[in-house]
Design a protein around this ligand. Structure first.
Ligand SMILES: Nc1ncnc2c1ncn2[C@@H]1O[C@H](COP(=O)(O)OP(=O)(O)OP(=O)(O)O)[C@@H](O)[C@H]1O
Length: 258
């Protein structure tokens, strides 16, 4: 069974502003799907539709075979975790308490996180070499640190589908490397990942399924060989690009021609 089915999705913020139309795609367990498109084209809007945050005008979205319009929130939170582009987190909350909110879908009403939940949060903090941040307030962290903590919180949800909105944006090269490795590891563990990015190289490195969000609001879906071509990317971004095969990396790389 697919973890996600999207059929003929359409969304507009107002009758005169159609952002997304006729969007259809499916994701199997463990599939990585990279969505690319220019600023303001509708990538975050699409993710919000997939999460049920924005009500779609047409179409159908199924998570684990269930229509998201009828599914209960606890089930959805056990299936799908989301890391937004921007965080709006209570400034005084400690990192560990923020992380433990990721365990909410597994707690009963009025139940507080258990010892095993704290152990799990600490295990991830150690794995990411961020244990020193455990008791810091979330708002005192740097942008990149906040992004990593938000990713750990999402992992604590133990989702079948992880949705990441521009997760590399605030990360240094070493952290980007770690995150790319993590996405590959999740994929091997049969967890599907959707990410948006401005760098075609991220999709090329992940050997991911690709979605190009076009100016007319449609999403072209295919593999990197079909969609990450010089012609298609130049058309999408309206900028001169070079795609070069790197034999030592066994893949193409995409550069702006300057
Ligand atoms: N709440 C809103 N009400 C009306 N229009 C909105 C709203 N949020 C976003 N938009 C508009 O919808 C379009 C798509 O925005 P969205 O944030 O989805 O783009 P994006 O592809 O994620 O952009 P970026 O790469 O810059 O993050 C933009 O024109 C944006 O101005």
């Amino acid at each position: 069974m697919n973890i996600l089915n999207v059929h003929q999705l359409a969304f507009s913020y107002s009758p005169s502003k159609t952002v997304l139309k006729k969007i259809s795609f499916s994701l199997r367990a463990g599939e990585v799907f990279t969505i690319l498109g220019p600023n303001g084209i509708g990538k975050s809007t699409l993710l919000h539709c997939l999460l049920g945050i924005l009500p779609i005008n047409q179409g159908r979205i199924e998570v684990a075979g269930k229509d998201i319009q009828t599914v209960n929130q606890r089930f959805l939170a056990q299936q799908v975790a989301y890391v937004p582009q921007d965080y709006h987190v209570n400034s005084s909350i400690a990192v560990i308490d923020y992380l433990l909110t990721g365990r909410t879908p597994y707690l009963s009403l009025f139940q507080t996180p258990q010892h095993k939940d704290i152990m799990l949060a600490e295990k991830y903090l150690k794995e990411f070499k961020l244990i020193a941040l455990r008791d810091r307030s979330f708002s005192s962290l740097s942008g990149g640190q906040q992004q990593l903590i938000a990713i750990i919180r999402a992992l604590l949800q133990q989702p079948q589908l992880l949705i990441l909105d521009e997760p590399m944006a605030a990360l240094d090269l070493s952290r980007q490397y770690e995150l790319l490795q993590l996405i590959k590891k999740l994929s091997r563990q049969q967890i599907a990942v959707i990410l948006t990015t401005h760098l075609p190289d991220h999709a090329l490195m992940l050997q991911a399924k690709v979605g190009l969000l076009n100016l007319n609001g449609t999403l072209e879906v295919g593999n990197s060989a079909q969609l990450l071509t010089k012609e298609k990317l130049e058309d999408l971004y309206q900028v001169p690009l070079d795609l070069e095969y790197m034999p030592n990396l066994h893949r193409y790389t995409c550069q702006i021609k300057l």
